[in-house]
Design a protein around this ligand. Structure first.
Ligand code: ADP
Ligand code: ZN
Ligand code: ZN
Length: 765
């Protein structure tokens, strides 16, 4: 009697294992790994996912007591290999199995079931409106001659002479087309059919969104392809790190490598950060692989995501380009997994399951016998260290350098401007003298510039001149940011905002000392834009790209297209402009404030600063004209800034490596952050104390482990919840997930305190 192993979608750690159910003969054809099924659990209907099949009911189970699978609710969304990855993910990231299954399900699928009347079949609720069909009209009898007065019919026939058209298009073209088509159909002159529409295939007018096939590859590109070819050939999850300077042509390497695996009949997954920002990249893949490409990212509507996902499942598309969640696409024959801009923090998922795309991809590549390719101009210290060692968790890691830009384009020259010097000289402007001069020169030459305003860890606050107090949100320990245009104070943790009576209204006073001398401190993109308009001639376009101007769907793309089409323009933006943009006409990059992130209490602060500066510098001089970069900073001698200025990573990397090793931070250890939160501080205190004590007891005196805390989080309150955390550093080969899961199981059932476990944590606030 065949049976299935089923993970129930009941998110409690107590039920966190697979349960066995018998497969009744009438469902034998439908039940397979990856299917969503309805089962009985404790006399209640429960939704579950099939993660394994066997021919016999396992001996450990009483054959009389095993229950039947009642119904299949959704067809398979993942295969057996994916089921292995799910089990690994739950263990590795200490999350319940059902949470590890969910990202693999069809987009829009919900856990809720409803029933069509008493005793009727159960149905899953879906977020999407199902598939969408278009009505297509086509000529059926070319010789048909309509009656003399039927001018509409004639118009329709003329339009269709060029080929079949959607009824909607015809109606837009010709008034009353629908009734004319109906009449023509009756006469047998045209035929109509419904065709499934595939949603989510976006288009762009960016000139650079086309991947021209280069006449010859560079030495570096050939080396990279050779290494990838070997890794693909070994089919055992080996990793190749492409350490290629900005503009060295990494995309061309990806494209060529994919062409080769496609020739072998295998597919490829390509991850790019923040997909909305890289319509250029998507365009390049489309121009090489056409409809073989599926696009998956969170900005698509659910319907769009479903259609793209379904193209992969049905075997129509074999190249998946997407954000980190593209790793869950149902591509069973993947021979290659590529992660572009591997160093990016956004590859860490910040909600359960809190996986890191790099680690998940490495596991997936092993399970599928694929090769993993990581690309970056500023590789993470993790990736560099694994290449230095040559192996990690049983896979080979190789680094290939691409130190040059093709076609003689050179890396830009970088000037560091010490703002402390400028200040001492009496300068008070946002723009230092060298940056102002360079901007004028770009305007005079009719070229383009990019200006970066580093907003992370720094924004516009309202600060008391007397006591230095910064207004905080009454519900969160977050400084309120001041929005100039709307005269509001806003909390970026909980999203609440308060109108302040227009500064410098005398009724606004310090919540701490009552002083009336409040001042906006820090710079916003709006102010940069305003000052720039005063500085530059009207003929120059100024385009601002930040969270405010890119809110709408496609807004981001529109701004980039405007920048592309303009003869001479400045693009001002936050971090989002630093990556991936390839505009050959940009000759100047200015960084307004390079060092704000360096002050964050985060061991990766220097690495992030270096990566950001090197990446944004890489936007300059990608074409024939040379590029120039000006970095404004208050910390001109910091290694991260010097390294970016000289395009020499070693200046930063060697010191950083030594520091991390000394302090036992990644890449020399694994770091987990366990956060506790709740309304009652006592409950939070008790839970975090109990957890830390249990963890210390398990770890014992092993010097390779280190347990820190519990302590209040930096954001010690969010939405009125108190927050405390425990941090743990573990050896690289430790089974950290299992240890932490075991500790959680010893905690008494949740009493006023929630817990989240973040392994390989990036956000420790
Ligand atoms: P990266 O991703 O490494 O920053 P890109 O892939 O965006 O760089 O490539 C930079 C530019 O170089 C692109 O415009 C691309 O078309 C061009 N390019 C890539 N490879 C070659 C080559 N072998 N010869 C000439 N141009 C190339
Ligand atoms: Zn004050
Ligand atoms: Zn708040």
């Amino acid at each position: 009697m065949p049976s299935a192993s089923v993970v129930l979608d009941i998110p409690t750690r107590a039920l966190d294992r697979a349960f066995d159910y018998r497969i009744p003969s009438e469902l034998a054809d439908e039940v397979s790994v990856g299917a969503t099924v309805l089962v009985d659990f404790s006399h209640r209907a429960a939704v579950g996912y099939v993660v394994g099949l066997s021919d016999e009911v396992p001996r450990s189970i009483d054959a009389d007591r095993i229950k039947d699978i009642q119904q299949v609710l959704a067809p398979p969304a993942f295969d057996e290999t994916a089921a292995c990855v799910i089990a690994w993910m739950a263990r590795e990231y200490a999350c319940p199995l059902s949470e590890a299954v969910r990202p693999f399900l069809a987009p829009g699928q919900k856990v809720k079931v409803t029933r069509a009347g008493e005793g009727g079949p159960w149905e899953l609720t879906h977020e999407r409106a199902g598939t969408v069909d278009d009505r297509w009209v086509e000529l059926a009898d070319a010789g048909f001659v309509p009656a003399a007065h039927a001018s509409r019919q004639r118009q329709v026939l003329e339009a269709l002479a060029a080929g079949p058209m959607r009824l909607a298009e015809l109606s837009a073209l010709i008034g009353g087309a629908a009734s004319a088509v109906k009449a023509l159909e009756k006469h047998g002159a045209v035929s109509c059919a419904s065709r499934r529409r595939v949603r989510g295939g976006d288009a762009t007018t960016l000139s650079s969104a086309y991947a021209v096939r280069p006449e010859r590859l560079t030495r570096g590109q050939l080396d990279a392809l050779a290494a990838i070819g070997e890794a693909v050939g070994r089919a055992s999850g080996d990793c190749v790190l492409i350490d290629g300077v900005t503009g060295s042509g990494k995309t061309e390497v990806y494209l060529a490598a994919i062409e080769r695996v496609r020739e072998q009949g295998r597919g490829a997954l390509v991850l790019v950060p923040e997909i909305s920002l890289t319509a250029q990249t998507v365009g390049r893949f489309r121009s090489r692989f056409g409809d073989d490409v599926a696009i998956l990212h969170s900005r698509l509507s659910v319907g769009e995501r479903f259609d793209q996902w379904d193209m992969v499942r049905s075997g129509q598309a074999h190249v998946v380009v997407g954000a980190r969640s593209a790793l869950f696409a149902p591509l069973s024959n993947a021979g290659l997994i590529i992660i572009d801009e591997e160093h990016e923090g956004s590859y860490k998922q910040d909600q359960a399951p809190r996986y890191h795309a790099r680690e998940l991809a490495a596991r997936l590549a092993r399970e599928r016998g694929a090769a993993l390719v990581l690309g970056s101009a500023t590789p993470s210290l993790e990736a560099l260290e694994r290449c230095r060692t040559g192996s990690y968790r049983g896979s080979r890691w190789t680094r290939v350098e691409m130190p040059e830009r093709p076609g003689g384009a050179r890396l830009p020259t970088v000037t560091v401007v010490d703002m402390a010097d400028q200040f001492r000289g009496g300068a008070r402007s946002i723009f230092s003298e060298p940056l102002e001069k360079a901007l004028h020169a770009v305007a005079a030459r009719g070229e383009k510039a990019v200006l970066l305003l580093n907003r992370r860890g720094f924004a516009t606050f309202l600060m008391c001149r007397d006591c230095g107090c910064v207004s905080e949100c009454p519900h969160c320990s977050t400084a309120l940011t001041y929005h100039e245009r709307s005269h509001e104070l806003m909390c970026h943790t909980c999203g609440q905002s308060w109108p302040i009576k227009a500064y410098p209204d005398p009724s606004t006073s310090c919540p701490n000392c009552g002083s009336r001398f409040l001042a906006a401190f820090g710079i916003g993109t709006q102010r940069v834009e305003d000052e720039l308009r005063m500085l530059l001639p009207d003929s120059m376009d100024i385009i601002r790209m930040d969270a405010d101007t890119t809110r709408g769907k496609g807004a981001h793309q529109e701004l980039l297209e405007r920048f592309d089409a303009s003869p001479s323009a400045v693009l001002i933006g936050t971090q989002m402009i630093a990556k991936g943009l390839d505009f050959p006409e940009v000759t100047l990059v200015g960084v307004i404030n390079a060092d704000t992130m360096l002050k964050l209490p985060d061991f990766r602060a220097a690495e992030r600063t270096y990566a950001l500066l090197e990446q944004v510098s890489g936007r300059a001089g990608r074409g024939e004209k040379p590029g120039e970069v000006i970095i404004q900073t208050w910390w001109a001698n910091h290694p991260a800034i010097l390294a970016a200025a000289r395009h020499d990573r070693r200046l930063f990397e060697e010191a950083e490596r030594a520091e991390r090793k000394e302090a036992g931070y990644p890449p020399f250890s694994r770091l987990a952050n366990i956060t506790f939160w709740g309304m009652q501080s006592r409950a939070v205190l008790a839970a975090s104390d109990a957890f830390a004590a249990e963890l210390r007891a398990r770890v014992g005196t092993d010097p390779a482990w280190e347990v820190l805390g519990p302590a209040a989080c930096i954001k010690s309150r969010v939405k009125d919840r108190f927050r405390r955390h425990v941090m743990v550093k573990a050896p690289l080969d430790a089974d950290l997930g299992s240890v932490l899961s075991a500790c959680v199981r010893t905690l008494p059932a949740k009493r006023g305190s929630n817990i989240s476990i973040d392994i390989d944590a990036y956000d420790m606030m």
